[in-house]
Design a protein around this ligand. Sequence first.
Ligand code: PLP
Length: 464
Amino acid sequence: MMSDSVYQRCIDPACGQTYGVEEVRTACGTCGNLLDVAYDWAKLPLPKKLADFEHKWSRRHEPLEYSGVWRFRELLPFAPDDRIVTIGEGQTLLQHARDVAKYVGLTGGELHLQYEGMNPSGSFKDNGMSAAFTHAHTIGAKRAACASTGNTSASLALYCAVTKHMKAVIFIGSGKISYGKLSQALDYGALTVQIAGDFDDAMARVQEISRELGIYLVNSVNPFRLEGQKTIMYRVLEALRWEVPDWIVVPGGNLGNSSAFGKAFIELKELGLVDRLPRLAVINASGANTLYELYERRGVRWDDGKPQPAVCGYYEQLDQQSKRASTIASAIEINRPVNLNKCLRALDAMQGVVREVTDQEIMDAKAQVGAGGLGCEPASAASVAGAKQLLAEGIIGRDERVVCILTGHQLKDPTATVAYHTTDQDKFNEVLGSRGVRRASFANRAVAVNNNLNEIIQAIQLYS
Ligand SMILES: *Cc1c(COP(=O)(O)O)cnc(C)c1O
Protein backbone atom coordinates (compact mmCIF):
# COMPACT_ATOMS: atom_id res chain seq x y z
CA MET A 1 0.00 0.00 0.00
CA MET A 2 2.80 2.33 0.98
CA SER A 3 4.57 1.93 -2.37
CA ASP A 4 1.40 2.87 -4.31
CA SER A 5 1.37 6.29 -2.82
CA VAL A 6 5.11 7.03 -2.67
CA TYR A 7 7.46 7.35 -5.60
CA GLN A 8 10.37 9.40 -6.92
CA ARG A 9 9.69 12.03 -9.54
CA CYS A 10 11.79 14.31 -11.74
CA ILE A 11 11.57 17.91 -10.49
CA ASP A 12 10.88 19.18 -14.02
CA PRO A 13 7.08 19.02 -14.32
CA ALA A 14 7.36 18.81 -18.13
CA CYS A 15 9.45 15.64 -17.79
CA GLY A 16 7.68 14.28 -14.72
CA GLN A 17 9.35 10.87 -15.08
CA THR A 18 8.65 8.71 -12.03
CA TYR A 19 10.60 5.94 -10.36
CA GLY A 20 9.73 3.46 -7.67
CA VAL A 21 10.50 4.31 -4.06
CA GLU A 22 12.88 1.33 -3.89
CA GLU A 23 15.08 2.55 -6.75
CA VAL A 24 18.48 4.03 -6.00
CA ARG A 25 18.99 7.09 -8.19
CA THR A 26 20.55 10.47 -7.88
CA ALA A 27 19.15 11.87 -11.14
CA CYS A 28 16.35 11.44 -13.63
CA GLY A 29 17.23 8.81 -16.23
CA THR A 30 15.40 10.76 -18.94
CA CYS A 31 16.57 14.33 -18.51
CA GLY A 32 19.30 14.15 -15.86
CA ASN A 33 17.51 16.50 -13.47
CA LEU A 34 17.19 16.09 -9.70
CA LEU A 35 14.52 13.85 -8.20
CA ASP A 36 11.95 14.49 -5.48
CA VAL A 37 10.30 12.02 -3.19
CA ALA A 38 6.62 12.48 -4.08
CA TYR A 39 3.45 11.34 -2.33
CA ASP A 40 -0.18 10.78 -3.26
CA TRP A 41 -1.32 12.54 -0.13
CA ALA A 42 -4.96 11.67 -0.72
CA LYS A 43 -4.16 8.00 -0.10
CA LEU A 44 -2.17 8.64 3.06
CA PRO A 45 -3.25 9.32 6.64
CA LEU A 46 -2.57 12.94 7.59
CA PRO A 47 -3.17 15.12 10.63
CA LYS A 48 -6.00 17.65 10.27
CA LYS A 49 -3.85 20.36 11.77
CA LEU A 50 -0.22 20.67 12.82
CA ALA A 51 -1.15 20.83 16.50
CA ASP A 52 -2.29 17.20 16.21
CA PHE A 53 1.40 16.25 16.33
CA GLU A 54 1.40 17.32 19.98
CA HIS A 55 -0.37 14.06 20.87
CA LYS A 56 2.97 12.34 20.36
CA TRP A 57 4.69 14.21 23.16
CA SER A 58 3.27 11.83 25.75
CA ARG A 59 4.85 8.87 23.98
CA ARG A 60 8.46 10.02 24.13
CA HIS A 61 9.58 6.62 25.43
CA GLU A 62 8.98 5.20 21.94
CA PRO A 63 12.00 5.82 19.67
CA LEU A 64 9.93 6.93 16.67
CA GLU A 65 7.97 9.46 18.73
CA TYR A 66 11.12 10.64 20.52
CA SER A 67 12.93 11.35 17.24
CA GLY A 68 12.58 14.96 16.10
CA VAL A 69 12.46 13.61 12.55
CA TRP A 70 10.13 10.64 12.78
CA ARG A 71 7.50 12.05 15.10
CA PHE A 72 6.51 13.93 11.94
CA ARG A 73 6.63 10.81 9.78
CA GLU A 74 3.12 11.36 8.40
CA LEU A 75 4.77 14.17 6.42
CA LEU A 76 7.58 11.96 5.10
CA PRO A 77 5.82 8.62 4.82
CA PHE A 78 8.20 6.74 2.56
CA ALA A 79 9.12 3.81 4.83
CA PRO A 80 7.23 1.36 7.02
CA ASP A 81 7.72 1.97 10.75
CA ASP A 82 9.68 -1.25 11.26
CA ARG A 83 12.38 -0.17 8.76
CA ILE A 84 12.93 3.31 10.17
CA VAL A 85 16.44 4.01 11.48
CA THR A 86 16.72 6.49 14.34
CA ILE A 87 19.47 7.26 16.83
CA GLY A 88 17.56 10.02 18.62
CA GLU A 89 18.21 12.86 16.18
CA GLY A 90 16.36 16.16 16.12
CA GLN A 91 16.27 17.04 19.85
CA THR A 92 17.00 20.64 18.99
CA LEU A 93 16.15 24.00 20.45
CA LEU A 94 14.65 27.20 19.13
CA GLN A 95 16.18 29.91 21.30
CA HIS A 96 14.66 33.38 21.53
CA ALA A 97 17.98 35.22 21.29
CA ARG A 98 17.55 38.78 22.57
CA ASP A 99 21.22 39.76 22.60
CA VAL A 100 21.87 38.50 19.10
CA ALA A 101 18.68 40.28 17.99
CA LYS A 102 20.24 43.58 19.08
CA TYR A 103 23.39 42.76 17.13
CA VAL A 104 21.48 42.16 13.90
CA GLY A 105 19.35 45.26 14.45
CA LEU A 106 16.03 43.58 15.08
CA THR A 107 14.84 46.22 17.51
CA GLY A 108 11.11 45.61 17.55
CA GLY A 109 10.89 42.04 16.33
CA GLU A 110 12.10 38.65 17.45
CA LEU A 111 15.19 36.69 16.53
CA HIS A 112 15.11 32.95 17.08
CA LEU A 113 18.11 30.68 16.67
CA GLN A 114 17.39 27.10 15.67
CA TYR A 115 20.23 25.07 17.21
CA GLU A 116 20.75 22.11 14.90
CA GLY A 117 24.20 21.65 16.42
CA MET A 118 22.43 19.78 19.23
CA ASN A 119 22.02 16.73 17.01
CA PRO A 120 23.90 13.52 17.92
CA SER A 121 26.80 14.20 15.53
CA GLY A 122 26.62 17.96 16.13
CA SER A 123 25.03 19.18 12.91
CA PHE A 124 21.70 19.32 11.09
CA LYS A 125 22.97 16.58 8.77
CA ASP A 126 21.59 13.94 11.16
CA ASN A 127 18.04 14.90 10.19
CA GLY A 128 18.77 13.95 6.61
CA MET A 129 21.02 11.04 7.45
CA SER A 130 18.37 9.21 9.44
CA ALA A 131 16.07 9.49 6.40
CA ALA A 132 18.70 8.41 3.85
CA PHE A 133 19.73 5.60 6.18
CA THR A 134 16.15 4.50 6.47
CA HIS A 135 15.86 4.30 2.70
CA ALA A 136 19.20 2.46 2.43
CA HIS A 137 18.09 0.03 5.13
CA THR A 138 14.75 -0.54 3.39
CA ILE A 139 16.51 -1.62 0.20
CA GLY A 140 19.23 -3.60 2.00
CA ALA A 141 22.32 -1.55 1.09
CA LYS A 142 25.58 -2.70 2.70
CA ARG A 143 27.90 0.25 2.08
CA ALA A 144 27.25 3.98 2.03
CA ALA A 145 29.45 6.78 0.75
CA CYS A 146 29.58 10.57 0.78
CA ALA A 147 31.81 13.43 -0.20
CA SER A 148 32.01 15.82 2.66
CA THR A 149 33.30 19.11 3.98
CA GLY A 150 33.08 17.26 7.30
CA ASN A 151 29.61 17.15 8.77
CA THR A 152 28.03 14.71 6.34
CA SER A 153 30.91 12.32 6.94
CA ALA A 154 30.65 12.71 10.72
CA SER A 155 26.94 11.97 10.50
CA LEU A 156 27.28 9.00 8.15
CA ALA A 157 30.09 7.54 10.24
CA LEU A 158 28.00 7.89 13.40
CA TYR A 159 24.90 6.21 11.94
CA CYS A 160 27.10 3.35 10.68
CA ALA A 161 28.83 2.98 14.03
CA VAL A 162 25.62 2.97 16.05
CA THR A 163 23.38 0.85 13.83
CA LYS A 164 25.91 -1.46 12.11
CA HIS A 165 23.54 -1.54 9.14
CA MET A 166 26.19 -0.34 6.69
CA LYS A 167 29.89 0.45 6.33
CA ALA A 168 30.87 4.05 5.73
CA VAL A 169 33.20 5.25 2.97
CA ILE A 170 33.88 8.96 3.10
CA PHE A 171 35.68 11.27 0.67
CA ILE A 172 37.20 14.47 1.85
CA GLY A 173 39.23 17.13 0.07
CA SER A 174 42.78 17.59 1.26
CA GLY A 175 43.40 20.00 4.10
CA LYS A 176 39.85 21.36 3.98
CA ILE A 177 38.23 19.58 6.89
CA SER A 178 38.18 20.93 10.41
CA TYR A 179 39.62 18.79 13.18
CA GLY A 180 36.37 18.48 15.09
CA LYS A 181 34.73 16.83 12.09
CA LEU A 182 37.69 14.71 10.97
CA SER A 183 38.12 13.36 14.49
CA GLN A 184 34.51 12.17 14.47
CA ALA A 185 34.85 10.23 11.22
CA LEU A 186 38.06 8.58 12.45
CA ASP A 187 36.71 7.79 15.90
CA TYR A 188 33.51 6.26 14.51
CA GLY A 189 35.61 3.97 12.33
CA ALA A 190 34.70 5.13 8.82
CA LEU A 191 36.95 4.34 5.87
CA THR A 192 38.25 7.85 5.19
CA VAL A 193 39.62 8.63 1.73
CA GLN A 194 41.40 11.93 1.47
CA ILE A 195 41.69 12.89 -2.18
CA ALA A 196 44.01 15.53 -3.59
CA GLY A 197 41.46 18.22 -4.46
CA ASP A 198 38.64 20.22 -2.91
CA PHE A 199 35.03 19.41 -2.07
CA ASP A 200 33.79 19.98 -5.61
CA ASP A 201 36.36 17.42 -6.85
CA ALA A 202 35.43 14.92 -4.12
CA MET A 203 31.72 15.36 -4.92
CA ALA A 204 32.24 14.59 -8.61
CA ARG A 205 34.35 11.51 -7.79
CA VAL A 206 32.07 10.01 -5.20
CA GLN A 207 29.17 10.02 -7.66
CA GLU A 208 31.25 8.06 -10.19
CA ILE A 209 32.52 5.65 -7.58
CA SER A 210 29.10 4.98 -6.06
CA ARG A 211 27.75 4.15 -9.50
CA GLU A 212 30.74 1.94 -10.34
CA LEU A 213 30.77 -0.01 -7.07
CA GLY A 214 27.06 0.10 -6.27
CA ILE A 215 27.62 1.99 -3.01
CA TYR A 216 24.64 3.87 -1.56
CA LEU A 217 25.25 7.64 -1.83
CA VAL A 218 24.09 9.79 1.09
CA ASN A 219 25.00 13.28 -0.18
CA SER A 220 22.11 15.68 -0.52
CA VAL A 221 21.56 14.73 -4.20
CA ASN A 222 19.86 11.80 -2.50
CA PRO A 223 16.21 12.92 -2.40
CA PHE A 224 15.50 10.97 0.80
CA ARG A 225 18.04 13.08 2.73
CA LEU A 226 15.98 16.16 2.07
CA GLU A 227 12.82 14.49 3.39
CA GLY A 228 14.51 14.26 6.79
CA GLN A 229 15.68 17.87 6.65
CA LYS A 230 12.11 19.09 6.08
CA THR A 231 11.52 18.32 9.76
CA ILE A 232 13.78 21.21 10.84
CA MET A 233 10.96 23.47 9.65
CA TYR A 234 8.32 21.39 11.46
CA ARG A 235 10.25 21.78 14.70
CA VAL A 236 10.59 25.53 14.17
CA LEU A 237 6.82 25.73 13.71
CA GLU A 238 6.26 23.50 16.72
CA ALA A 239 8.42 25.79 18.91
CA LEU A 240 6.47 28.82 17.65
CA ARG A 241 3.21 27.08 18.53
CA TRP A 242 2.54 26.47 14.83
CA GLU A 243 2.79 30.12 13.85
CA VAL A 244 4.64 30.77 10.60
CA PRO A 245 7.58 33.18 11.12
CA ASP A 246 8.30 36.01 8.67
CA TRP A 247 11.76 34.84 7.67
CA ILE A 248 13.86 31.71 7.56
CA VAL A 249 17.57 32.50 7.15
CA VAL A 250 19.94 29.66 6.31
CA PRO A 251 23.53 29.31 5.11
CA GLY A 252 23.86 27.90 1.59
CA GLY A 253 26.48 25.30 0.62
CA ASN A 254 25.23 22.42 -1.47
CA LEU A 255 21.76 23.94 -1.00
CA GLY A 256 20.15 20.81 0.40
CA ASN A 257 18.74 22.52 3.47
CA SER A 258 17.22 25.49 1.64
CA SER A 259 15.72 23.05 -0.89
CA ALA A 260 14.28 20.89 1.86
CA PHE A 261 12.80 23.92 3.65
CA GLY A 262 11.12 24.99 0.41
CA LYS A 263 9.67 21.53 -0.14
CA ALA A 264 8.45 21.38 3.45
CA PHE A 265 6.51 24.63 3.14
CA ILE A 266 5.23 23.98 -0.39
CA GLU A 267 3.76 20.70 0.87
CA LEU A 268 2.34 22.17 4.09
CA LYS A 269 0.58 24.85 2.05
CA GLU A 270 -0.72 22.31 -0.45
CA LEU A 271 -2.06 20.22 2.43
CA GLY A 272 -3.73 23.23 4.03
CA LEU A 273 -1.61 22.85 7.17
CA VAL A 274 -0.24 26.41 6.94
CA ASP A 275 -1.92 29.46 5.46
CA ARG A 276 1.18 31.26 4.28
CA LEU A 277 4.88 30.69 3.61
CA PRO A 278 7.73 32.50 5.36
CA ARG A 279 10.27 34.30 3.21
CA LEU A 280 13.58 32.54 2.65
CA ALA A 281 17.05 34.09 2.79
CA VAL A 282 19.96 31.92 1.69
CA ILE A 283 23.38 33.20 2.72
CA ASN A 284 26.58 32.38 0.83
CA ALA A 285 30.11 33.10 1.96
CA SER A 286 31.55 35.64 -0.46
CA GLY A 287 34.39 33.22 -1.27
CA ALA A 288 31.87 30.56 -2.37
CA ASN A 289 29.04 32.63 -3.78
CA THR A 290 27.69 30.75 -6.80
CA LEU A 291 24.05 31.07 -5.75
CA TYR A 292 24.45 34.77 -5.03
CA GLU A 293 26.11 35.37 -8.41
CA LEU A 294 23.48 33.46 -10.31
CA TYR A 295 20.36 34.60 -8.47
CA GLU A 296 21.12 38.20 -7.55
CA ARG A 297 23.58 39.28 -10.24
CA ARG A 298 22.62 37.23 -13.28
CA GLY A 299 18.90 36.97 -12.68
CA VAL A 300 18.73 33.17 -12.80
CA ARG A 301 15.30 31.99 -11.61
CA TRP A 302 13.42 28.72 -11.23
CA ASP A 303 12.32 27.67 -14.67
CA ASP A 304 10.58 24.39 -13.92
CA GLY A 305 13.93 22.75 -13.39
CA LYS A 306 15.13 23.40 -16.94
CA PRO A 307 18.89 23.57 -17.39
CA GLN A 308 19.85 27.20 -17.72
CA PRO A 309 22.47 28.56 -20.09
CA ALA A 310 23.51 31.24 -17.58
CA VAL A 311 24.40 28.50 -15.08
CA CYS A 312 26.53 26.51 -17.54
CA GLY A 313 28.16 29.76 -18.65
CA TYR A 314 29.06 30.64 -15.08
CA TYR A 315 30.59 27.23 -14.41
CA GLU A 316 32.65 27.46 -17.59
CA GLN A 317 33.90 30.81 -16.40
CA LEU A 318 34.88 29.29 -13.02
CA ASP A 319 36.80 26.58 -14.88
CA GLN A 320 38.57 29.04 -17.15
CA GLN A 321 39.68 31.10 -14.19
CA SER A 322 40.48 27.91 -12.21
CA LYS A 323 38.48 29.56 -9.45
CA ARG A 324 38.21 27.54 -6.24
CA ALA A 325 35.83 28.14 -3.37
CA SER A 326 37.58 29.75 -0.40
CA THR A 327 36.11 30.64 3.00
CA ILE A 328 36.78 30.00 6.70
CA ALA A 329 33.24 28.60 6.74
CA SER A 330 34.43 25.25 5.39
CA ALA A 331 30.95 23.67 5.53
CA ILE A 332 29.80 26.03 2.77
CA GLU A 333 33.08 26.15 0.81
CA ILE A 334 31.35 24.86 -2.32
CA ASN A 335 31.25 26.37 -5.80
CA ARG A 336 29.03 23.86 -7.57
CA PRO A 337 25.98 23.31 -5.39
CA VAL A 338 24.32 20.05 -6.43
CA ASN A 339 20.83 21.17 -5.38
CA LEU A 340 20.87 24.46 -7.25
CA ASN A 341 17.66 23.77 -9.16
CA LYS A 342 15.70 22.70 -6.11
CA CYS A 343 16.94 25.76 -4.24
CA LEU A 344 15.71 27.99 -7.07
CA ARG A 345 12.31 26.37 -6.63
CA ALA A 346 12.38 27.13 -2.91
CA LEU A 347 13.41 30.75 -3.53
CA ASP A 348 10.57 31.06 -6.03
CA ALA A 349 7.95 29.68 -3.64
CA MET A 350 9.18 31.63 -0.61
CA GLN A 351 9.92 35.03 -2.21
CA GLY A 352 13.56 34.35 -1.56
CA VAL A 353 16.61 36.55 -1.43
CA VAL A 354 20.27 35.56 -1.51
CA ARG A 355 23.15 37.44 0.11
CA GLU A 356 26.89 36.96 0.46
CA VAL A 357 28.83 37.71 3.63
CA THR A 358 32.58 38.04 4.15
CA ASP A 359 34.61 35.88 6.49
CA GLN A 360 35.01 38.97 8.68
CA GLU A 361 31.23 39.26 9.01
CA ILE A 362 30.92 35.52 9.61
CA MET A 363 33.51 35.47 12.41
CA ASP A 364 32.06 38.54 14.12
CA ALA A 365 28.55 37.10 13.96
CA LYS A 366 29.85 33.80 15.29
CA ALA A 367 31.41 35.56 18.29
CA GLN A 368 28.07 37.26 18.97
CA VAL A 369 26.23 33.95 18.82
CA GLY A 370 28.79 32.47 21.21
CA ALA A 371 28.47 35.40 23.62
CA GLY A 372 24.67 35.53 23.50
CA GLY A 373 23.70 31.92 22.98
CA LEU A 374 24.94 28.38 22.68
CA GLY A 375 27.59 28.98 20.02
CA CYS A 376 28.00 27.62 16.51
CA GLU A 377 30.56 26.85 13.83
CA PRO A 378 31.58 29.48 11.24
CA ALA A 379 29.23 28.37 8.41
CA SER A 380 26.23 28.58 10.73
CA ALA A 381 27.01 32.17 11.66
CA ALA A 382 26.60 33.16 8.01
CA SER A 383 22.86 33.10 8.69
CA VAL A 384 23.18 35.69 11.47
CA ALA A 385 25.59 37.83 9.43
CA GLY A 386 23.14 37.62 6.52
CA ALA A 387 20.19 38.64 8.68
CA LYS A 388 22.17 41.67 9.88
CA GLN A 389 22.84 42.69 6.29
CA LEU A 390 19.19 42.26 5.27
CA LEU A 391 18.06 44.36 8.23
CA ALA A 392 20.51 47.12 7.31
CA GLU A 393 19.10 47.08 3.78
CA GLY A 394 15.56 47.26 5.12
CA ILE A 395 14.58 44.01 3.41
CA ILE A 396 13.93 42.35 6.73
CA GLY A 397 11.78 44.71 8.79
CA ARG A 398 12.82 45.67 12.34
CA ASP A 399 9.60 44.34 13.80
CA GLU A 400 9.57 41.00 12.01
CA ARG A 401 9.98 37.50 13.39
CA VAL A 402 13.16 35.93 12.06
CA VAL A 403 14.53 32.41 12.46
CA CYS A 404 18.22 31.83 11.74
CA ILE A 405 19.27 28.21 11.33
CA LEU A 406 22.46 27.40 13.24
CA THR A 407 23.56 24.38 11.29
CA GLY A 408 26.52 23.09 13.29
CA HIS A 409 27.93 22.91 16.82
CA GLN A 410 30.46 25.35 18.23
CA LEU A 411 33.02 22.58 18.89
CA LYS A 412 33.18 21.53 15.23
CA ASP A 413 35.88 24.04 14.38
CA PRO A 414 37.87 25.07 17.45
CA THR A 415 40.76 26.28 15.27
CA ALA A 416 38.67 29.15 13.89
CA THR A 417 37.31 30.08 17.31
CA VAL A 418 40.65 30.06 19.10
CA ALA A 419 42.30 32.01 16.28
CA TYR A 420 39.61 34.69 16.62
CA HIS A 421 40.08 35.10 20.36
CA THR A 422 43.84 34.62 20.45
CA THR A 423 46.49 37.17 21.44
CA ASP A 424 48.94 35.40 19.12
CA GLN A 425 49.01 37.56 16.00
CA ASP A 426 50.75 34.86 13.94
CA LYS A 427 48.01 32.38 14.75
CA PHE A 428 45.37 34.96 13.87
CA ASN A 429 47.03 35.73 10.55
CA GLU A 430 47.58 32.11 9.65
CA VAL A 431 43.97 31.03 10.20
CA LEU A 432 41.94 34.22 9.67
CA GLY A 433 44.17 36.94 8.23
CA SER A 434 44.77 34.71 5.21
CA ARG A 435 40.98 34.79 4.69
CA GLY A 436 40.75 38.57 4.73
CA VAL A 437 39.67 38.83 8.37
CA ARG A 438 41.33 42.00 9.67
CA ARG A 439 40.17 42.29 13.25
CA ALA A 440 38.44 40.33 15.96
CA SER A 441 35.90 42.95 16.98
CA PHE A 442 34.41 40.81 19.75
CA ALA A 443 37.49 38.90 20.88
CA ASN A 444 37.56 37.59 24.44
CA ARG A 445 41.28 37.31 25.03
CA ALA A 446 42.84 35.06 27.62
CA VAL A 447 44.75 36.98 30.28
CA ALA A 448 48.35 35.82 30.81
CA VAL A 449 49.70 36.15 34.35
CA ASN A 450 52.66 34.88 36.28
CA ASN A 451 52.10 31.99 38.66
CA ASN A 452 51.92 34.35 41.60
CA LEU A 453 48.99 34.72 44.00
CA ASN A 454 49.02 38.52 44.17
CA GLU A 455 49.36 38.99 40.45
CA ILE A 456 46.51 36.56 39.80
CA ILE A 457 44.27 38.36 42.30
CA GLN A 458 45.17 41.71 40.75
CA ALA A 459 44.38 40.45 37.27
CA ILE A 460 40.97 39.13 38.33
CA GLN A 461 40.08 42.40 40.00
CA LEU A 462 41.24 44.40 37.03
CA TYR A 463 39.27 42.43 34.46
CA SER A 464 36.06 41.46 36.23
C1 PLP B 1 26.35 21.03 5.32
C2 PLP B 1 26.40 22.28 6.08
C3 PLP B 1 25.95 23.50 5.56
C4 PLP B 1 25.47 23.63 4.16
O1 PLP B 1 24.20 23.10 3.98
P1 PLP B 1 23.62 22.79 2.53
O2 PLP B 1 22.41 22.04 2.76
O3 PLP B 1 24.69 21.96 1.84
O4 PLP B 1 23.44 24.09 1.85
C5 PLP B 1 25.97 24.62 6.37
N1 PLP B 1 26.43 24.55 7.63
C6 PLP B 1 26.89 23.41 8.16
C7 PLP B 1 27.40 23.43 9.55
C8 PLP B 1 26.89 22.23 7.41
O5 PLP B 1 27.35 21.12 7.95
